[in-house]
Each structure stands twice: as structure tokens, then as C-alpha cells.
Design a protein around this ligand. Structure first.
Ligand code: FAD
Ligand code: NAP
Ligand code: SF4
Ligand code: SF4
Length: 495
């Protein structure tokens, strides 16, 4: 049975390079890599060698005959990427040899020129920082110092990834390996801009790579968001993951219904955690304070509301499958998916999402009486216009997107989950429109001028999108340019 990539895939492409028969796509040099929601094994070509399993840092690849029930759907999802699945049979209209070649495996080349020992600072220790460090440490004469403001490393892989996503969180083992390299030093509890100025940092190192992430959330500009009982998903995630900045962000869970505005993967994470079996959560890394609060929670329903229709839902297919086939109880009201057919949609990932939403709309939670156990409702096509309430939020008023039809959904807790945002770093040019440090392919730029010795990577470079593994290719680009600048003699000039 061919191997199958499942929900935990975070797109770092390690498996691509391990596969001897080029059957995992898209590869980083194929056009759709940047927008793919996961990678896929071609079942027609896989020779079941298992090499990809050892390469995957998050245990996302499973031999077909060992797929757990909750992941069975992923066999079709992998096959569908290469053609069609009809009546459970995968068909392959695109001959394998017509596809783009395997992503080239390039042996790291020793960088020439520049100082004998290259001393590089990285600000932050999240995924983008650790992938950047890994790339730099392939050069024997590089020394890396990582500066992290918190007392524990690895950024959102520790404080963002949901506690019940234990496979994904295991990517921290990979970062631990990088941290064990003899040429890296990680300084915790050290905030650049507070404990050390950026100017000092730049004078101490040949180059600085800023990998500080996008730590704040986008604010929803509607009346009522300041009411008590409204908070960002960012703060809720920080709270249940024990982030020191959000210790006091515990929500009031004495209400029966929660509304989540926005339907990206973060919205699904918070909805899942608020409705999860607390005894199962107790086996995870969730903060003990959050666990205690969830144990006495009165929440029975979490409504996740997207402003656009189901075909434009921001959550990804692997996460929807995880929700539908995992422990969650999920409801989609039939009228929310009425008139939209998977058959009319060319994009196989979107078509699969629509088909699954239709399937959910036929399940017991959607067709039967209101479930007794906590459940999640996925709602679409509603634009929020006001949080209603007098001092305390009591609900959200929406209009049906594109119409003037109004609807108020009552709720005692309102979570805004409309995306993250980078914050400006004093002394560095900031692009306010995108919330990123201004850069071209990782080189910081001020207008038309490159700022020598200053680089960026991760969410503060490209904006708050993509998976953990996306930062690997992103950091690869930044570090390639940094090393090219070493060879061009640019860095030694600022040391
Ligand atoms: C809630 C949530 C859940 C997610 N779940 C998943 C998932 O399940 N799977 C997946 O593939 N992707 C997931 N992602 C996406 C993934 O976490 C991001 O792609 C990734 O973490 C971005 O990495 P980064 O290094 O740019 O930023 P971050 O991970 O935010 O790291 C930035 C680091 O910089 C530090 N820092 C900031 N400023 C300073 C300073 N001045 N001095 C010193 N240190 C500083 C911060 O403390 C932090 O440690 C999730 C994202 C979120 C928000
Ligand atoms: N398991 C995982 O792999 C995982 C888990 C968590 C996060 N992540 C990744 O981390 C990134 C961030 O996730 P995210 O969920 O924070 O962001 P996101 O995917 O960008 O979703 C943001 C949501 O907010 C909505 N929105 C934005 N502005 C709005 C407004 N003014 N009013 C109403 N709705 C608004 C968007 O709607 P529109 O689409 O209409 O703009 C969208 O539904 C994503 O790339 C995500 O995939 C991955
Ligand atoms: S099992 Fe072997 S052939 Fe199949 S996808 Fe993995 S590495 Fe490729
Ligand atoms: S996480 Fe990386 S190695 Fe694992 S399946 Fe996804 S792309 Fe491949």
C-alpha cells in the first residue's frame, strides 16, 4: 500500500528530498508549492520504501496499511492531487514523467571570502529562526547567537500550535537538535530593544537576522469590540499554551455559546479546544490553569463564522478533515452549503472541502436535535457589523454578505480570529500595509537602499501566513542571500 501524507504535514519538504522515486509533490521548485495546503504522495509511483517516514519531523507520513481510521480520508486526498478519485479509485491523467523534476538536492557549498569566523545574530527562536540557524550552521566557520525574549525557545511551535496537535508540536525535537550544535548559543530572557539595543547588536555581529514573528493580532474595526467578553484568539491561544504575556487572559467560560469571527486554522484550533474532552486535553501540554478553567466551563456551542462562502473558507482541508474525523462534534446547517456543488469546482482541494462540508451537513449534529455535548458549528457568508451588549457582550450582529439581511447570534464570549500582524521594530523600515519589515527576498531595504548586514525571515518577512515548514524555504532564501553578501564582501564592511 502506498504511503500517505496526513494532517500534521507542515510543508517543510524534507520528505521530497528523501524520496528516491520523486513521488512527493509539489516540490519547493514547483509553482504551487507556496500555496499548497500540504504535500501529497503519488500512490501510482510510491515504492513503499519508507524513506520519507524517517525524514518527516512531525510523523505525518503513514504506510497505507497502517492508516488510522481518523486519517483514512487522506489516502484519497493524496491520490486526488494527481488526478481524480472516482468511486474510491484513483486515476492518473497526468503521466508521471510529464511532471516537473525533483527539487534538486544541493550539497552545501563552502562560502568563500569575508571574515575567518562569521558571527551572525538571530533575533527570535521560532521556526524561522531555527531553520535559519540550521542553514547557517552548514558552514563550519559560522557562529550563531540566538536572542530570545522569553525564557523558553521555539516561538509559536510551543506557544501557538494547539496542545492537542501533539505530532506537530514534536517539530520542537528537530529544533532541539539544531540547538545542540556546538556553534550555536541561545540566549534566553534577552529582548532586543529592551536588554540590548539593535545598534549594539549590529556592532557585535557581522550580520543580524530578525526573526521576531508577528506577535499581535489584527483588530476588528466594528462597534462593540471594546465590550467585556470580547477578546482576540491570539490572547486565548497564548493563555491555553501558557505564554507568559497571556497569563491573565483567561476568558469567562460561564456562557453557553461562543462566537468566533474569522474561519482560518486558528479559529478551528480555539473552537476545538473550547469543546474538547477535558480528560483528553489533560494528557497534553495545555496550561494547567486553562485545563482547570475548561473543566468548569459552561460552553456548549462554538460558532465559527466566515464572512465569505464555504468555497473561500480560510481553514485548510487537512484541518477540516481532522475536525470531521477526529473527536469533535461538528455541525454545518444545510442552508449554509446549499447551491454549492463540489462538481462545479476545478480546484481539487476546494472541491474536497465542499464535499466534506456537505457530508457534515448530513450528519447527526446537523440534522438532529441540538447536541447535548459541546459542539462546533461552521457558519458562512456572514459579515460582522457590531458586537451587541451593554457593558458586556451579548452577541454579534451580522449581515448576510452582499445583502442587507441582518442576523444576530447571541453569545457570552466573542473571539476575534482575523489574523496576526507584525509590529514595527524601532530603527528598521516597516511596511505598514503588510505589517512586515521592508525587505527584498530577506535583505532589509530602506526605499531603494539595502540596509547592510540586516536580514529578515519568517512572519515578519512575508506576513503571518503559512505552516511551520514554510519557514524552512523562506529562511533558505534569506540565508542564501546573506551568504552571497559575504562572498561579495558586503558583510565584512560592517563588522
Ligand atoms: C495559533 C497558531 C497555531 C499554529 N499552528 C500551526 C500548526 O499546527 N501547524 C503549522 O504548520 N503551523 C502552525 N502555525 C503557523 C506557525 O506557527 C508559524 O508559521 C511560525 O511559527 C512562524 O515562525 P516565526 O519564526 O516567523 O515566528 P514565531 O514563531 O512567532 O517566533 C518569533 C520568536 O521571536 C521572539 N521575539 C520577538 N521579538 C523579539 C525580540 N525583540 N527579542 C528577542 N526575541 C524576540 C518571540 O518571543 C518568538 O519566540 C500556527 C500559528 C498560530 C498563530
Ligand atoms: N494546523 C495548522 O496548520 C495551522 C494552525 C493555525 C494556524 N496556521 C496558519 O497560520 C496562519 C494564520 O492563521 P489565521 O487563522 O490567524 O489567519 P487566516 O488563515 O488568514 O484567517 C483569517 C480569517 O479572518 C477573516 N477576516 C479577516 N479580516 C476580517 C474582518 N475584518 N472581518 C471578518 N473576518 C475577517 C478572514 O476572512 P477572509 O478569508 O474573507 O479574508 C479569514 O477567515 C495561516 O496561514 C494558517 O494556515 C496553521
Ligand atoms: S515510501 Fe518511499 S517511495 Fe513512497 S513516498 Fe515515501 S520515500 Fe517515496
Ligand atoms: S511535514 Fe515535511 S516531511 Fe512531513 S509530510 Fe509534510 S512536507 Fe513531508
Amino acid at each position: 500500500m502506498p504511503h500517505v501524507i496526513t494532517q500534521a504535514c507542515c510543508g517543510d519538504a524534507s520528505c521530497v528530498y528523501a524520496c528516491p522515486v520523486n513521488c512527493i509533490h509539489p516540490t519547493p521548485d514547483e509553482p504551487d508549492f507556496g500555496i499548497a495546503e500540504m504535500l501529497y504522495v503519488d500512490p501510482a509511483t510510491c515504492v513503499d520504501c519508507g524513506a520519507c517516514v524517517s525524514a518527516c519531523p512531525v510523523g505525518a507520513i503513514v504506510p497505507g496499511h497502517r492508516l488510522p481510521d481518523a486519517s483514512e480520508r487522506f489516502a484519497d486526498v493524496n491520490a486526488a492531487h494527481y488526478g481524480h478519485v472516482q468511486d474510491g479509485v484513483a486515476r492518473f491523467p497526468v503521466p508521471h514523467d510529464k511532471r516537473l523534476p525533483l527539487a534538486p538536492i544541493t550539497k552545501p557549498r563552502a562560502v568563500r571570502g569575508g571574515p575567518d569566523v562569521l558571527d551572525i545574530a538571530i533575533v527570535g527562536s521560532g521556526p524561522s529562526a531555527m531553520y535559519a540557524a540550521d542553514e547557517l550552521l552548514k558552514q563550519p566557520r559560522v557562529r550563531v547567537t540566538v536572542y530570545e525574549r522569553l525564557d523558553v525557545p521555539f516561538g509559536l511551535s510551543r506557544f501557538g500550535v494547539a496542545p492537542d496537535h501533539t505530532s506537530t508540536r514534536s517539530v520542537m525535537n528537530l529544533f532541539d537538535d539544531v540547538a545542540r550544535h556546538p556553534n550555536i548559543t541561545i540566549l534566553l530572557n534577552t529582548e532586543i530593544g529592551r536588554d540590548i539595543s539593535l545598534g549594539d547588536l549590529r556592532s557585535r555581529h557581522h550580520a543580524v537576522v530578525w526573526a521576531g514573528g508577528a506577535p499581535t493580532d489584527k483588530t476588528l474595526a466594528i462597534p462593540g469590540v471594546q465590550l467585556s467578553g470580547v477578546q482576540s484568539a491570539t490572547s486565548l491561544v497564548g493563555w491555553y499554551n501558557g505564554h507568559p504575556d497571556f497569563i491573565d487572559a483567561g476568558p469567562d467560560l460561564s456562557c453557553e455559546r461562543v462566537v468566533v469571527i474569522g474561519n482560518g486554522n486558528v479559529a478551528l484550533d480555539v473552537a476545538r479546544i473550547l469543546t474538547a474532552d477535558v480528560d483528553e486535553l489533560a494528557k497534553t501540554d495545555i496550561s494547567r490553569e486553562a485545563l482547570a478553567a475548561l473543566r468548569s466551563s459552561s460552553v456548549r456551542e462554538v460558532v465559527v463564522v466566515g464572512r465569505r462562502g464555504p468555497a473561500h473558507a480560510a481553514f485548510t482541508l487537512p484541518e477540516l478533515i481532522g475536525l470531521a474525523d477526529g473527536h469533535a462534534r461538528v455541525q454545518v446547517r444545510p442552508e449554509d452549503v446549499e447551491g454549492i456543488s463540489a462538481d462545479d469546482i476545478d480546484d481539487s482541494t476546494v472541491a474536497a472541502k465542499i464535499a466534506l462540508l456537505h457530508e457534515i451537513s448530513m450528519n447527526e449534529f446537523s440534522q438532529g436535535p441540538t447536541p447535548a455535548e459541546p459542539f462546533i458549528r461552521l457558519a458562512f457568508g456572514r459579515t460582522p457589523v457590531e458586537v451587541v451588549g451593554d457593558g458586556e457582550a451579548t452577541g454579534v450582529r451580522f449581515v448576510r454578505t452582499g445583502t442587507e439581511v441582518e442576523e444576530t447570534i447571541d453569545a457570552g464570549l466573542v473571539l476575534t480570529s482575523i489574523g496576526y500582524r507584525g509590529v514595527a521594530v524601532p530603527g528598521l523600515p516597516f511596511d505598514d500595509a503588510t505589517g512586515t519589515i521592508a525587505n527584498v527576498a530577506g535583505r532589509v531595504v530602506d526605499g531603494d537602499t539595502t540596509v547592510p548586514g540586516m536580514y529578515v525571515t519568517g512572519w515578519i518577512k512575508r506576513g503571518p501566513s503559512g505552516f511551520i515548514g514554510t519557514n524552512k524555504t523562506d529562511s533558505g532564501e534569506t540565508i542564501a542571500n546573506l551568504l552571497a553578501d559575504v562572498e561579495a564582501g558586503v558583510l565584512s564592511a560592517v563588522s
